[in-house]
Design a protein around this ligand. Structure first.
Ligand code: UDP
Length: 409
C-alpha cells in the first residue's frame, strides 16, 4: 500500500497538511539520503519506514540505505551506544580500529549522492569522511541521549560530528559543545501504521488469548528490546511489589534488532528472574509483529517504559496515543512525553513505579483521564506529520546556516 499524505487529513486536519504542501514546494526534488545501521528493530528503523514514503509523496527524493557490519562491529557500536548513554563499558583501542575499518569498508561500497545526507546515530557517523567527494549538505541525526556521555567515546566521535554541516538531537538536554549548528527535532509515531491504527475489539481479545492473558484482569505491559537500559528487571521488581496488594498480570514483550547483540543474554536473565510466575508473560516477538504489539498495548491497563536511559522511547507515545497511562523512567525523551501527573508518571526506581502502579490500579477514572490527556499530547506534538515538517524545515535552514540552536518542535 502506498502511503499518501492526504490519508492523514482525518487525523491531523487540513491545515496541518496545507502547511506541509507549502514547505514541500521549497524542497521538492531535493535528494535526501538517509543512512542508518538496521532496516528492522528499534525506533530509528520504525520511523524511517514511515517517514521516507511520506517525504516522497511530498516530492522530496528521500532514500534509505543501511550500512553493513559484522558481529564484531555491532558489538563495538553497542558498547559505544551504552557508553554514550553514560553506562560504564570497557572501551579499547582495538574497538576504535574496528569502527574505522568498518567505516572504510562501507565507504568503498556505498553510493553517496544526497543533496542532503542524513546520517542516523553513531554507527554510520564516519561516512562523513567522504563528504568532500560526495558533495551536498551532511547532517548527523543523533537519536540517543548524549547528555552525559563517556568522554572516551564522545571524544572519538566528536571529530566526525564536527565535519557535518549540522547535528540534530531529539531534545535540548542533549545539545553539545559543537562548532556546527544544532537543531532539535523530537521523533514521532505514525497514527496510521499497523503499530498504532485502531483495531477491532475481537482482534485485541484474540491476541490476548493467544498469549494466555486474561482480559478480565489488569494487564501491565512494557514493549521493548531486551536491553538493560530498558530495565526489564526493574519492571519485574515493581510488578512483584504491587502484586502483593493488587491482582495483575505482567507482559514484557520485545524482540531483537540485528544491530543489538546483547538481546539474547538479557532475555535469558529476564526469563530466569521470572521463574515460574504464571502471571509474568515474556514474549519474544519476531520482527513485523506490529499488529500484535498494537493489540497488546490496547489490551493493557497500564503501560510502562521504565528505562534507565532513553533517547526518546517511541513506545511511550505509542501507548499514549492508545489512551493508556504510562509510567516511565524520568530520563531523556520520556520526559517530553510524560507530563508528570497529566499523561502518566515519571519514576526513578522500582519502588516509585510500584507506588504509581498501585495508585493507578485503584483508580480507573484517573487512568482514563491520563490516557485522554496523553492522546492529545501526542496528537499535538509527536505525530509523523510534525516530523516531516521539521525535516523539511531543517533542509531549508541549511540554506541559511548561521543560526546556533533553533528549536523546531
Ligand atoms: N518494537 C517492536 N518490537 C519489539 C520491541 C519494540 O516493534 O519487539 C518497536 C516499538 O514498538 C517501537 C520501537 O520498536 O516502535 C522501539 O523504539 P524506542 O524508541 O521505544 O526504543 P529503541 O529500541 O529505539 O531504543
Amino acid at each position: 500500500m502506498t502511503l499518501r499524505l492526504k490519508d492523514y487529513e482525518p487525523v491531523v486536519g487540513a491545515d496541518v497538511l496545507q502547511e506541509l504542501y507549502v514547505l514541500a514546494d521549497r524542497v521538492k526534488g531535493r535528494r535526501l539520503q538517509n543512512i542508518n545501521s538496521t532496516s528492522v528493530g528499534g525506533g530509528v528503523a520504525e520511523i524511517l519506514t514511515r517517514l521516507i514514503p511520506l517525504l516522497r509523496d511530498l516530492g522530496v527524493d528521500a532514500t534509505w540505505d543501511v550500512i553493513k557490519g559484522d558481529q564484531a562491529f555491532f558489538n563495538v557500536t553497542k558498547a559505544f551506544h551504552n557508553a554514550l548513554h553514560g553506562k560504564r563499558e570497557e572501551i579499547t583501542e582495538q574497538m576504535f580500529d574496528i569502527f574505522r575499518e568498518t567505516t572504510e569498508m562501507n565507504l568503498r561500497g556505498m553510493a553517496l549522492n544526497g543533496d542532503v545526507t542524513l546520517i542516523h546515530d553513531p554507527q554510520p557517523a564516519g561516512l562523513v569522511l567522504r563528504r568532500k567527494d560526495a558533495g551536498g549538505r551532511w547532517i548527523w541525526r543523533c537519536h540517543i541521549d548524549v547528555s552525559a556521555p563517556d568522554p572516551r567515546v564522545w571524544e572519538f566521535l566528536w571529530p566526525y560530528v564536527e565535519q557535518y554541516d549540522a547535528a540534530i538531537f531529539s531534545m535540548p538536554d542533549f545539545a553539545q559543545q559543537l562548532s556546527v549548528p544544532q537543531y532539535m527535532v523530537a521523533p514521532s509515531i505514525d497514527p496510521l501504521s499497523d503499530k498504532n491504527k485502531e483495531l477491532a475489539p475481537e482482534f485485541i481479545e484474540a491476541v490476548l488469548e493467544k498469549y494466555g492473558l486474561n482480559p478480565e484482569r489488569p494487564i501491565l505491559t512494557q514493549i521493548s528490546r531486551f536491553d538493560r537500559l530498558k530495565d526489564p528487571l526493574g519492571v519485574m521488581e515493581a510488578y512483584r511489589m504491587v502484586k502483593k496488594r493488587h491482582d495483575c498480570q505482567l507482559v514484557l514483550a520485545g524482540g531483537g534488532a540485528p544491530d543489538d547483540p546483547e538481546g539474547e543474554e538479557v532475555l535469558r536473565e529476564v526469563r530466569e528472574r521470572a521463574a515460574s510466575d504464571a502471571d509474568i508473560h515474556i514474549l519474544d516477538l519476531p520482527p513485523f509483529s506490529d499488529l500484535e504489539i498494537n493489540a497488546l498495548v490496547r489490551g493493557s491497563t497500564i503501560v510502562l517504559q521504565k528505562s534507565i536511559k532513553e533517547g526518546f522511547g517511541l513506545t511511550v507515545s505509542e501507548a499514549l496515543w492508545k489512551r493508556k497511562p504510562v509510567i516511565g523512567g524520568a530520563v531523556g525523551g520520556i520526559k517530553l512525553q510524560i507530563i508528570n501527573g497529566v499523561t502518566g508518571f515519571l519514576v526513578h526506581s522500582p519502588e516509585g513505579a510500584a507506588k504509581r502502579l498501585a495508585q493507578l490500579l485503584s483508580d480507573p477514572a484517573f487512568r482514563q483521564r491520563l490516557g485522554d490527556n496523553g492522546y492529545l499530547h501526542v496528537k499535538q506534538n509527536f505525530l509523523i506529520t510534525r516530523h516531516v515538517k521539521d525535516y523539511m524545515l531543517v533542509m531549508l535552514a541549511l540554506d541559511y546556516p548561521d543560526e546556533d540552536i533553533i528549536h523546531l518542535g
